[in-house]
Structure formats: structure tokens, C-alpha cells
Write a protein that binds this ligand. Structure first.
Ligand code: MSP
Length: 506
């Protein structure tokens, strides 16, 4: 099946941080998970390069806009490459093809008579790039997310009427309970739809904002950044010029955090509906990463986690695993260097040490060769099969945030079970007694086979370690396919004792 996974496209007013890294890693994990099940996935991430916020950063930098945008966008792209993120296309809204499609879509909606011009007075929050109602503000009259009072703005603009679509959207959400996941966010959106929807201001006068896509029907204006940015999800598929558009779009997944629910779950489906296009098939919405102890990460508190620093210390896989294993479904999740180190040690003790111990035993006592599975007793087989079935079950589930988090949990549990089995059977004692040779071989085979299954299952989360595990078991060209048939390790194959998967941290 053809599938399409997207992340938000990130603003360029700052450097990429752990939150951006998370959503883009999550998309890559989902891509690999789907690929292992035989699906053909197109995955995009990228940068949002227009609007007032980016414009002010360019002005402050003194650089030429193209130079600034290229440099800042490359920061994201380079980090994502470093994180092993296998995107198929890196979106940049400054791309001429994207701009052309934004204009075509605007013209279509304009020709349908859905856009009107009027003068408007409103309170604008630059941080959100959105007009705010008084009721959206906190007790100090500030935006609750950015803690800044929005600016009063009065100007003539173009507007897209949202209210005529409100009823339709409410029924769509109610009739498609899996559309917005987790369900609490669907309720939040339904809450926003209780009141009539204000007209969406889709333009900005060039006198105020010059960084944007010019309106095709009025040269004095650029397109409102959200109207432009959301279109990336379909301009990437070359909407309007691609006969196969539906094939991907009908199995599409938007990954976002809770901060951008309104533009994604209200403006975007309405824009598409007005164009006669179905909404995205699924939204997966996650919470925020915050500092240890539940405090916001900030430079002044010194608790900001820099993804590059983490990679340099413990490698990409440990960071990827931590992020997937520790994002809670219910709310925000905590991260700090100390928490990451704890996560790293867990991986080292759980999978890393076990792998090294058993491989060394094979090298020392079995001439480096994998023994035969014929010596396994019923209990050994039952353990391997239980673990294999557990992974097979997870890999047959509908893809969701929950499934991916169950996968991380299943891997840790399988590692725990293998360690408990290894400790209880004491192969180091068996190895010394020639009469127990068969039993020794059975314990070693069982442990190696569980490691093979873990290596397969962990691939989406920790691709480099997965490859190392499989290769250490004598599988020269590992194929990462969701086939969890048990007892496939071949006797006589040679194990390869390499460096530890998760060496002691400096
Ligand atoms: N440019 C818009 C999105 C347009 S999409 C058509 C935007 N950009 S952003 O740079 O602010 O990125 C917001 C997204 O970054 C969040 O939705 C989330 O994916 C990610 N995160 C930013 N901070 C985060 C955390 N602290 N924790 C988790 N994710 C975070 O909004």
C-alpha cells in the first residue's frame, strides 16, 4: 500500500531543537515500521520559510533573505540527516513549485467566490502567526503560549469564510473517531467548533510582510503564512498536476504537536473541502518535551537539551530510543541529560551487555559457531515463541502513536525476559560441565534467537544498532522485514564479536 507521512515544516527564526528532532524522528520511525510491513512510504519534513516571524529574523541578521533561509534551512536538514532520518523530500516553501501551487489553489478558491476583501481590526500574535480573540488571551492580555501581548492591527485584507463549513467539520470528526488521535485532541477541536468560526484572514499587505507568496489576484498582498504552509502537504505531491495524487493522499498521516491543532484540524480540512479534496486520513498529535521536573526548557535555566550534544555523547540510536520510549500519551514528557543517560544505561544493561556476554560465550566455548536449535526444550521454545508472537502482534496493528510506543516497550520487555532467562539458566556454569553441553547450547541458542528478534523489532527505532545486532549473529545482509517466525538462526553460522552496542559513557 502507498502511504504518505508528514511532519510540520519548521520556522527558521531559531535553531532546530529537541522538539523538532522528535517529530521528525517519529516520522522516520513510522516510515521504517511501515516499510517493514511491506508498504511503500513517502515521507516529508522541512522548513516553513515565509511570514512575519522569519522576516524579522532576516532583518535582524542583516543577511540577504536567500542566504539566511538557505543557511537556516540547512541547519534542519543537516541535523535530520545526522539523526538517520530518511526523508524522501525536504520541503522548503521558498521552492518555486510550492509557490506556484499555492497560487493555483488561491485562484481556485477565489474563483469559487469564497474569498472576500474587507477592512479588519485585530490582535496579532507574531509568535503564533495568528490573529487572536480577546478570549484567547491570558489574564494579562498576553498570548498564553508566547507570553507577549498581541499587536493591534487594522488593515484591508482578504478573507476566507470558515463558518459555512463548521457543521460539516463537526460531523466529520464525530463520524471518524480515529481521525484525530489521541481522542482527547478531537474533543479539544470539537470544543473550538462550539462557537461560530471567524473569517480567516488569508492575506498580508506587502507594506507589512514582504516574505511570502504573492496573491495571484492582488499584487499588493502576500499569502497568510498558514494558508501557504499547510499547502506544502499537497504541493509536495504536485497537487493539480499528478494523476496519482489520490493514491498517496488516501493513506496520509500528519504528525504534529498539540501547539498547532487549530490550523491543522480546522483551517486545513476546510481549505481542502473547499477545493473538493478529502482531508488527510489521520492526525497523530503528540505532547511537548519539557525539562526534568516539569519545567519549561529555557536558556536561562540552562536545561535546554541540544540534540547535537546528545548525539556526540551517546549516538543517534540511544537518543531515538529515549524519545520514542519516553513520550507519554497523556501529556508532556520530561527530558534532560541525566534522564537520557539513564535511558542509555538501561539500553546498555538490557540489550548491550546480554549481547556481548552471549557472543563471547559462543566464541570461547563453541568455536564462534551458532549451535543447533534441535536441543531446545519446551520451555526454551515457549519463551522464544512468546517473544516472536508479541512482536508479530505489534507489527500487525494499525499504525499509531500507541503502537510505536508499545513497540519500544515490547523491546525492553523482551530484553528483560532474555536477561532473566540467561541469569536463571547460568550458562557460565553449564559451560564448565561437559555433561551439560546440550543444555548449554540450548541456553545460548535461545538467547541468540531472542537477540535476533530484538534486532529485527528495534530497527525503526535504532536502525544502526539493529544492523549491528543482526550482523553479530552471522547474518551478513540483514533484511528488515516484519517476519517474526521463530528459530531461524542457522547452526554453524559464525557470530561476530564486535564493539559493544552501547559502550560505557565517557
Ligand atoms: N511552521 C509551523 C508549522 C507549519 S506546518 C504546515 C510551526 N513551526 S514550529 O517551528 O513552531 O514547529 C512546531 C512543531 O515543532 C510542533 O508542532 C512539534 O512538531 C515540534 N515541536 C516544537 N517544540 C516542541 C517540543 N518542546 N516538544 C515536542 N515537539 C515540539 O509551528
Amino acid at each position: 500500500m502507498e502511504k504518505y507521512i508528514t511532519t510540520p515544516i519548521y520556522y527558521l527564526n531559531g535553531l532546530p531543537h529537541i522538539g523538532h528532532a522528535y517529530t521528525s524522528i517519529l516520522g522516520d520511525v513510522m516510515k521504517k515500521f511501515e516499510q517493514m510491513r511491506g508498504n511503500d512510504v513517502y515521507y516529508t519534513t522541512g522548513t516553513d520559510e515565509h511570514g512575519q516571524k522569519n522576516q524579522h529574523s532576516i532583518e535582524d541578521s542583516g543577511l540577504a533573505p536567500e542566504v539566511f533561509l538557505q543557511e537556516r534551512s540547512d541547519n534542519f536538514r543537516n541535523l535530520f540527516v545526522k539523526l538517520g532520518i530518511d526523508f524522501d523530500f525536504f520541503v522548503r516553501t521558498s521552492n518555486p513549485n510550492h509557490k506556484k501551487i499555492v497560487q493555483e489553489i488561491l485562484q481556485k478558491i477565489f474563483d469559487k467566490g469564497l474569498i472576500i476583501k474587507k477592512s479588519y481590526e485585530g490582535l496579532y500574535c507574531e509568535g503564533c502567526e495568528q490573529f487572536k480573540k480577546k478570549t484567547d488571551l491570558d489574564e494579562n492580555g498576553c498570548c498564553p503560549d508566547h507570553k507577549v501581548a498581541p499587536k493591534a492591527i487594522s488593515e484591508e485584507n482578504y478573507f476566507f469564510k470558515l463558518e459555512p463549513y463548521r457543521e460539516w467539520l463537526v460531523s466529520y470528526i464525530k463520524n471518524n473517531p480515529d481521525w484525530i488521535q489521541p481522542a482527547k485532541y478531537a474533543h479539544e477541536v470539537l470544543g473550538m467548533l462550539k462557537e461560530p468560526l471567524e473569517d480567516l484572514c488569508i492575506s498580508r499587505p506587502k507594506s507589512r510582510v514582504w516574505l511570502g507568496v504573492e496573491l495571484p489576484f492582488d499584487k499588493d498582498y502576500v499569502t497568510y503564512i498558514w494558508f501557504d504552509a499547510l499547502v506544502n502537504y499537497i504541493s509536495t505531491l504536485n497537487f493539480g498536476h499528478n494523476q496519482d495524487f489520490d493514491k498517496r493522499w488516501q493513506n496520509s498521516y500528519h504528525l504534529i504537536a498539540k501547539d498547532i491543532l487549530k490550523p491543522h484540524c480546522i483551517y486545513w480540512p476546510i481549505m481542502l473541502h473547499a477545493l473538493g479534496v478529502d482531508p488527510v486520513s489521520h492526525y497523530f498529535i503528540h505532547g511537548y518535551w519539557i525539562g526534568e521536573g516539569g519545567v519549561k526548557m529555557s536558556k536561562s535555566l540552562g536545561n535546554v537539551v541540544d540534540p547535537v550534544e546528545v548525539i556526540d555523547l551517546m549516538g543517534v540510536d540511544a537518543l531515538r530510543f529515549y524519545l520514542i520510549n519516553n513520550m507519554t500519551m497523556s501529556g508532556d514528557s520530561q527530558i534532560s541529560m541525566d534522564l537520557l543517560k539513564q535511558g542509555y544505561r538501561m539500553l546498555a544493561n538490557n540489550i548491550g551487555n546480554l549481547q556481548m556476554r552471549v557472543l563471547k560465550m559462543v566464541q570461547k566455548n563453541l568455536d564462534g559457531k551458532i549451535p543447533s536449535c534441535s536441543v531446545l526444550n519446551a520451555e526454551d521454545k515457549a519463551l522464544v515463541e512468546k517473544i516472536a508472537d508479541g512482536f508479530a502482534k505489534i507489527y500487525s496493528k494499525e499504525m499509531s502513536l500507541e503502537t510505536i510506543s508499545e513497540l519500544a516497550d515490547g523491546i525492553v520487555k523482551a530484553g528483560d525476559a532474555a536477561n532473566a532467562y540467561f541469569a536463571a539458566n547460568e550458562p557460565w556454569v553449564l559451560a564448565k560441565n561437559p555433561e551439560k553441553k546440550e543444555r548449554f547450547e540450548a541456553v545460548v541458542y535461545t538467547t541468540l534467537e531472542i537477540l535476533r528478534l530484538i534486532g529485527l523489532a528495534i530497527y525503526p527505532l535504532a536502525p544502526t544498532s539493529a544492523e549491528k545486532i543482526e550482523k553479530s549473529l552471522g547474518i551478513a545482509n540483514p533484511k528488515f522485514v516484519a517476519n517474526f517466525e521463530a528459530l531461524l538462526l542457522k547452526d554453524g553460522d559464525s557470530v561476530v564479536v564486535g564493539d559493544p552496542l552501547f559502550p560505557m559513557l565517557a
